[in-house]
Write a protein that binds this ligand. Structure first.
Ligand code: SF4
Length: 295
């Protein structure tokens, strides 16, 4: 069995910067303790565990606003790479926490764009994954009556846009570019004058394009990534939907079910942009081993 290593794969610059910031805080004795991250700094449990071993606590499982209520007095609060709503930042300041912001610059750009378009009188349609922290943060940049979330194609039919108001459409950074195109086409069918700002980041696009291209020559694609990683889940989706090839997501080499590789001649491996390189290397090494054990 041949193992194709897809490039680019794995860490993007936004993830590297966020993790670097957290690790720097962990080693700085002048930063007030405890150091608490509001949500997973990036969506990968291996990273969260490593930070925890360095003394950084992760609060998880609710909205950023709810998580803030769990932060003890005097703590340092870190905002994650996914961005956070201005109201959460203001509340953290009001409570006297020292704060650090690990928001990816690509996400910050979308926040700025939302603010700009709202100030110009636009209504915003934000295409994103319901329940994910990135839409939660971005949508907090607009008053609730000036923004709506489009989570899927069927939402376009039911969306309510105020009459006579110009519309700007923006997207989450880690969506499937093909699904997003379909949603945007449907929006433009209904609202031909809508201004479109496709905010899918370059890291997401390049990893998706490379995965689809490599899948053409493979029997199976393995995506290494956390179950909560939006961009990892989208990699599985684009391989299946666009390349028409089977794909599986694993969180580590331990998740590999070797029975799935029987009869496979070529397997291609990629990784979400929040997946540590060492974890992907271990998956590739396990598959290479399998290679040497097959006749
Ligand atoms: S996937 Fe894109 S938006 Fe998210 S951290 Fe990486 S570069 Fe930034």
């Amino acid at each position: 069995m041949e193992v194709i290593k897809i490039t680019p794969r794995g860490y993007c610059y936004g993830v590297v910067d966020a993790i670097t910031m957290a690790k720097r805080l962990a080693t700085d004795p002048n930063v007030p303790r405890p150091i608490v991250v509001l949500g997973q700094i990036v969506h990968n449990q291996h990273v969260v565990t490593q930070l925890s071993q360095m003394g950084i606590q992760t609060l998880d499982g609710g909205s950023r606003r709810d998580l803030l209520n769990e932060v003890p007095p005097g703590a340092t609060v870190v905002f994650t790479a996914h961005g956070v709503a201005p109201a959460v930042k203001a509340e953290a300041r009001r409570r006297g926490f020292r704060t650090y912001d690990a928001t990816c610059p690509d996400v910050t750009r979308t926040h700025e764009l939302i603010r700009e378009k709202v100030s110009q009188g636009y209504f915003i349609l934000y295409v994103g994954t319901p329940g994910h922290p990135e839409p939660e943060g971005a949508m907090g940049e607009a008053p609730p009556d000036r923004i709506a979330l489009i989570g899927q194609l069927t939402d376009v039919q039911s969306m309510a846009v105020p009459l006579g108001m110009p519309v700007a459409v923006m997207t989450q950074t880690t969506l499937s570019q093909w699904d997003t195109e379909e949603i945007i086409r449907a929006i433009v069918d209904r609202l031909p004058d809508a201004e479109i700002f496709n905010e899918i980041c370059l890291a997401t696009q390049s990893r998706q394009e490379a995965a689809v291209k490599a899948a053409a020559d493979a029997d199976l694609v393995v995506v290494v990534g956390d179950r909560r990683s939006n961009n990892s889940n989208r990699l599985v989706e684009v391989v299946e939907k666009i390349a028409g090839k089977p794909a599986i997501r694993v969180e580590s080499a331990d998740d590999l079910d070797l029975a799935q590789f029987e009869g496979i001649d070529r397997v291609a491996v990629t990784a979400g942009s929040s997946t540590p390189t060492a974890i992907t290397r271990a998956v590739i090494a396990r598959l290479d081993q399998l290679n040497t054990h097959q006749p």
